[in-house]
Design a protein around this ligand. Structure first.
Ligand SMILES: Cc1cc2nc3c(=O)[nH]c(=O)nc-3n(C[C@H](O)[C@H](O)[C@H](O)COP(=O)(O)OP(=O)(O)OC[C@H]3O[C@@H](n4cnc5c(N)ncnc54)[C@H](O)[C@@H]3O)c2cc1C
Length: 383
């Protein structure tokens, strides 16, 4: 059977659904036929997305919790920091997945797709589909950023949603990064999101080149909780993640009629793994771009923060144990609002310079900048 659509979106995760949501709500696209294909029905809480923003926001009606302060802790520095006017917000994926219901949705395995010159073709277990434009959050088949010349780290973690018999957490403060755990030659920290006085998500997280066994993450969480004096708790749910941290230029695989979106399109902030807010903003830009332009390969993804992330990843790639030092210097030497804007890629150039010059160990950054100089020039000249 053959089917034709204006737009096909591969993958109904954060980026696929957000793009569909944007198009669905804009009258300009009301006559366009849109199909989303995913191998899963996507109705469970398989992700917990957190992000920060100033004041009220677009997703406030589906927030599970929000915090006005964050805690940063390491051997060098520790502080409970009020982030006003920002709020740190949490959305559970099931609430988000239920938002986009109008667009046609097909549950099947996608096996391949290709540019046809006039559009794109998608082959699935349920048949062949054609479209004018294809947006794929499934990574291009022939792409392996891990073997490219760009440093590649995993942001990997296991999280436990736990409940204690009595109140032990402060639901006003999210532990953003707690580096006071044994680093074992890597960048390792705990991420704790208390969403009630007796409930929290506790994640053992690494930025490193290799994954751990599941027992190692679980032992890490158990030991941390014991250190906090917590031994009586019930594990309600578990969450695992492996987010790519790379400056690989995924967008080079875009063509006139095919665009890679979400993590597959390089929309994940390489230095932090945060993707949600970037996807919220990028889908808005993409929606407006589609009204004026035809060639999808002309859509610009990379900004100057790409260069900073490249240097940062290179530093962690060559000195994986230095993450605690680096983040401590960033949080200690800068105003938190500047840090949040910098990490969110909304900072001005003077703010960027302030953060960059306050970051240590400087020698690592200088070496990294020298090492990556040819690559930076190459990318700069390219576009
Ligand atoms: C557990 C977890 C927690 C995270 N927390 C945060 C956070 O707090 N803040 C933040 O900003 N980011 C977070 N991230 C990172 C990022 O926001 C998520 O990974 C986000 O879901 C990426 O969206 P995406 O659309 O690129 O990919 P995905 O959401 O992974 O969507 C890709 C979709 O493609 C489908 N698919 C893949 N292959 C095929 C195939 N062959 N055929 C059919 N369908 C296919 C998959 O089923 C999937 O639904 C988190 C990631 C994880 C894993």
């Amino acid at each position: 059977m053959e089917h034709r659509y204006d737009y096909i979106i591969l993958g109904s995760g954060a980026s696929g659904l957000l793009l569909a949501y944007r198009l669905d709500r804009d009258p300009y696209f009301s006559e366009k036929s849109i199909l989303i294909i995913d191998r899963e029905a996507k109705d469970t809480n398989d992700r917990t997305w957190c992000f920060w923003e100033e004041g009220p926001g677009e997703w406030d009606s589906i927030l599970s919790h929000e915090w006005g302060s964050i805690l940063f802790r390491s051997q060098e520095y520790g502080s409970d920091i009020a982030i006003e006017p920002y709020r740190y917000k949490m959305v559970r994926s099931a609430a988000f997945y239920s938002l986009s219901d109008k667009v046609y949705f097909l549950v099947t395995q996608v096996t391949s797709w290709k540019e046809t010159g006039q559009g794109a073709e998608v082959i699935t277990d349920a048949g062949r589909y054609e479209c004018r434009k294809l947006f794929s959050s499934i990574p291009a088949m022939d792409v392996n950023p891990k073997t490219s010349e760009y440093p590649y780290l995993h942001q990997h973690f296991v999280g436990w949603f736990i409940q204690t018999p009595g109140p032990v957490f402060n639901p006003e403060v999210a532990t953003f990064m707690d580096f006071t755990i044994d680093q074992k030659g890597n960048t390792r920290f705990m991420y704790v999101l208390p969403y009630a006085a007796n409930k929290a998500l506790v994640e053992y997280t690494l930025f490193s080149a290799s994954l751990l066994t599941s027992e190692e993450y679980e032992t890490g969480i158990r030991e941390y909780l014991t250190k906090q004096g917590l031994s009586d708790y019930t594990i309600l749910e578990k969450e695992t993640g492996d987010i790519p941290m790379t400056c690989y230029p995924f967008w080079r695989h875009n063509s006139a009629h095919i665009m890679y979106i979400g993590s597959a399109g390089g929309w994940t902030k390489a230095a932090t793994g945060y993707t949600f807010m970037n996807t919220v903003r990028t889908t808005l830009r993409l929606r407006d771009f589609l009204k004026k332009h035809d060639d999808l390969s002309a859509f610009r993804v990379r900004g100057r923060h790409w260069f900073y992330d490249l240097i940062f990843l290179d530093v962690l790639w060559h000195n994986n144990a230095s993450g605690s030092n680096v983040f401590s210097s960033v949080f200690k030497n800068n105003d938190i609002r500047t840090v949040l804007r910098f990490l969110d890629e909304t900072s001005g150039i003077l703010e960027d310079l302030g953060v960059l010059f306050a970051t240590s160990p400087k020698i690592n950054f200088i070496k990294s900048a020298i090492r990556n100089f040819p690559r930076i020039i190459h990318e700069f000249v390219r576009k």
